[in-house]
Design a protein around this ligand. Structure first.
Ligand SMILES: [Fe+2]
Length: 163
């Protein structure tokens, strides 16, 4: 009887730890993706010069990937019963993305700015993949798919650089 009681305590502890571990690794991913969506739009509006139409349109694809990813990752945290803080102030204070240049900018400097944004996001995403390996496989699956998409987006951006 005492043995059964002890087992139920262990299970309850695991159930408590899993959402906390998931939130620890996924919340920074949500905040970086929100920032990537905002800064991606900034680049979409201000890019000028070579291949303007192609870049302008692709940057909207990148924004859509960032926003869809943020939604999916945030909802994984909420599905496990915890809130996620992706308010504007929290994103501004805690997102890891470098600040892009303000105002109009030619294609190549814009591409380099956006690639730096994607690279910072990928560092956070790969940290989540590693950290979640021992915590929660479904959450790890989500960030693995996200890494695949962002790596592909990075390739599309890199391939448009003139030099
Ligand atoms: Fe637009």
């Amino acid at each position: 009887m005492a043995h059964t009681k002890k087992q139920s305590v262990v299970v309850a502890r695991q159930d408590l730890d899993r959402p906390i571990g998931v939130e620890r690794y996924l919340a920074p991913v949500v905040r970086d993706l929100v920032a990537l969506g905002v800064n991606g739009k900034q680049a979409h509006w201000h890019v000028r010069g070579a291949n303007f139409i192609g870049l302008h349109e692709f940057l909207d694809d990148l924004v859509a990937h960032a926003q869809d990813g943020a939604d999916q990752v945030a909802e994984r945290i909420v599905a496990l019963g915890l809130p996620v803080d992706a308010r504007v102030g929290t994103v501004a204070a805690q997102a890891t993305l470098p600040e892009p240049k303000a105002g109009f900018q030619q294609s190549d400097p814009t591409l380099n700015d956006v690639i730096a944004q994607v690279d910072a996001t990928l560092v956070t995403v790969y940290a989540a993949i590693e950290g979640l390996a021992e915590i929660d496989a479904p959450s790890q699956d989500i960030v693995i798919a996200l890494a695949e998409q962002l790596d592909k987006d990075r390739w599309f951006l890199r391939s448009q650089l003139a030099s």
